[in-house]
Design a protein around this ligand. Structure first.
Ligand code: NAP
Length: 558
């Protein structure tokens, strides 16, 4: 560490040695720690936040809850845990999920191996080990750097953890409060009596808008692209239903893992394409799913994301629902999407469209009225009249529900230097190449949990996390048992894998819009479809690769 030479002796880097360094104490990092310990490795987790929970630690905005049912959005590695934990609602709120994460940390005594308020700033491959440099946000010794030596590094940095805060001309002038949904103040924000703007209408905007509207004096929603949103139909969980799942939890989990999204095994995808049935049957099937609510809406038919005509028929159904809910025809028009449904991730809401019938809510369509600049008091947009004039809207607070630098954002904040001085940012300059979404050529003994190139964000994240953690734990145990020191993706295998992900994504309609799956929401980010559709086939491939002695990886002896 060259920089360390300039530090006073009491600020010199301290050193620790572990088998496995884990970045992030969200659901991925916590379980990785648990499995590493179980396999007999020493491990240390470095966590930027002051507590466990990852995305659920940071996303405390009003209305934040998971849109995967609680009984599925939970760990399955411990039957005692899944039997004893009581979820209260079909879709758990952020505070309840955070309590669950904290419970897991306590129950499995994880905290003693987690360094909180600690940011990993660099990873450097040196003498067959990783040098992990961290800084701790510790008031007593700010900017103190520590170096940990680790044989393996596992990145559990989260797919939606690096906030995307777009810049607007003169945005520094605004004197009111500004908030990002993904970095919400822990003490909460009181919008009572205030004029609030929300910029962005993805999942976070759609969840927070109805609640902010209830509190604020006036809410102005600034929408660039209208989203498709399906009612959640959230409810308290009936004890008899929970008991029936818990009586046969393993089978419930197994059925879920056999679906494409590792989600909703009890509601299988319909056997027909949407254009194969007549209109009466189609409407009936869609209405049934609409009434049931949630993400499985798109599973009414088996070709929603492969057949453009079927997709249009399904989208028409939702467009009709929006028009029949929103009373003001001009607002309804603006809220009605015209693109492929499901291309951007589907949203799930409670009273989102109904919120626009409130007298204190208005909508600005940024495609018709782009933001020109910020002022001390608010935001200037192009005038609605179609003339060249502008209009200023005054706000006391602006909420950025503008999403994340997804899948690679948190990783690219760390300076990662692999074999022969290769920087990960260079290796990924044209997109995040990798093998299996787990490993990158040139970066030995470095693993990504739910990284680009794996099903990840197209699935129930906890299932994908568990799958990756177990695969990684088995892999490093195998290395130990076979007295091997390093493992790394082969260049050829990586090339073929990237091609495979492109081919599979190319068979879908996912590439037809500017989604965060493609990196299209972040200016300058290379456009490449990052996740791989289809969990079961992927999990089979990972199992086959391991069974074949880690086919496609280069492994070296001590
Ligand atoms: P998002 O889906 O990326 O939505 C961001 C919104 O901000 C979009 O409407 C986007 O418009 C808009 N936006 C971005 N940059 C803008 C700019 N410069 N000017 C104006 N508008 C701009 O982000 P998110 O809502 O935080 O959700 C991200 C993902 O997190 C979700 O897709 C989901 O996977 C996950 N999530 C899940 C839950 C849940 O479980 N219920 C809740 C929240 C989030 P464009 O569409 O035009 O880019």
């Amino acid at each position: 560490m060259g920089a360390a030479k300039h530090l006073a002796p009491d600020l010199a880097p301290t050193s620790m040695k572990v088998d496995v360094a884990i970045v992030g104490a969200g659901f991925a990092g916590m379980y990785m720690l648990y499995r590493a310990r179980q396999a007999g490795f020493t491990a240390r987790v470095f966590e930027r936040g002051g507590g466990v929970g990852g995305t659920w630690y940071w996303n405390r905005y009003p209305g934040a809850r998971c849109d995967v049912p609680s009984l599925e959005y939970s760990y399955q590695f411990s039957d005692e845990l899944q039997q004893e934990w009581e979820w209260s609602e079909k879709y758990a709120t952020q505070p309840e999920i955070l309590r669950y994460a904290e419970h897991v940390a306590d129950r499995f005594d994880l905290r003693r191996d987690i360094s909180f308020n600690t940011t990993v700033i660099s990873l450097q491959w040196h003498n067959d080990a990783w040098l992990v440099t961290t800084t701790a946000a510790n008031d007593a010794s700010p900017h103190r750097e520590h170096t940990t030596t680790a044989r393996f590094v596992v990145l559990g940095t989260g797919c939606l953890s690096s906030a995307n805060v777009p810049r607007f001309p003169d945005d520094h002038l605004f004197t009111g409060g500004t908030y990002h949904t993904g970095a919400w103040p822990h003490e909460g924000v009181d919008f009572s009596g205030r004029r609030v703007a929300v910029i962005g209408t993805g999942s976070s905007g759609i969840q927070s808008i109805p609640l902010i509207a209830e509190q604020a004096a006036h809410l102005t929603v600034m929408q660039r692209t209208p989203a498709y949103s399906i009612p959640a139909r959230n409810q308290q969980l009936a004890p008899e239903y929970v008991a029936s799942i818990k009586a046969n939890y393993a089978e419930f989990r197994r059925k879920n893992s056999l679906t494409r999204a590792a989600l909703g095994g009890d509601t299988p995808t319909g056997p027909h394409g949407a254009s194969e049935v007549n209109e009466v049957e189609r409407r009936a099937a869609l209405e049934e799913r609409w009434q049931k609510g949630g993400l499985l809406f798109l599973g009414a038919f088996n070709d929603a994301l492969t057949n453009p005509e079927s997709n249009r028929l399904i989208a028409d159904f939702v467009r009709d629902k929006i028009r029949s809910t929103v009373r003001n025809p001009d607002t309804a028009r603006k809220l009605t999407p015209d693109d492929i449904i499901g291309c951007k991730r589907l949203c799930v809401d409670t009273e989102y469209y109904e919120t626009f019938n409130r007298p204190n809510v208005s909508l600005i369509d940024l495609r018709e009225q782009p933001i020109e600049r910020f002022t001390a008091n608010g935001v200037v947009v192009r005038s609605a009249t179609g003339s060249r004039s502008s209009e200023e809207h005054e706000f006391d607070a602006i909420v950025f529900a503008t999403g994340f630098d997804a899948m690679t954002g948190a990783i690219s904040k760390i300076s990662i230097t692999g074999r022969n001085g290769t920087m990960l940012r260079d290796a990924w300059s044209a997109g995040p190449v990798n093998y299996l979404g787990l490993s990158v050529h040139g970066f030995p003994n470095l693993f990504t949990i739910t990284g680009p190139g794996s099903p990840s964000v197209l699935t129930n994240m906890i299932v994908s996390i568990q799958h990756h953690v177990e695969w990684i734990a088995d892999c490093i145990t195998w290395l130990k048992d076979h007295r091997m020191s390093t493992i790394e993706a082969d260049a050829d295998a990586q090339q073929r894998w990237v091609q495979h992900v492109n081919t599979v994504a190319g068979m879908t309609l996912y590439q037809s819009c500017s989604s965060w799956y493609l990196g299209a929401n972040v200016p300058g980010k290379p456009r490449i479809f990052m996740p791989l559709p289809g969990f079961p086939a992927y999990a089979q491939t990972c199992a086959d690769v391991a069974r074949d002695g880690y086919r496609g990886f280069a492994v070296s002896h001590h």
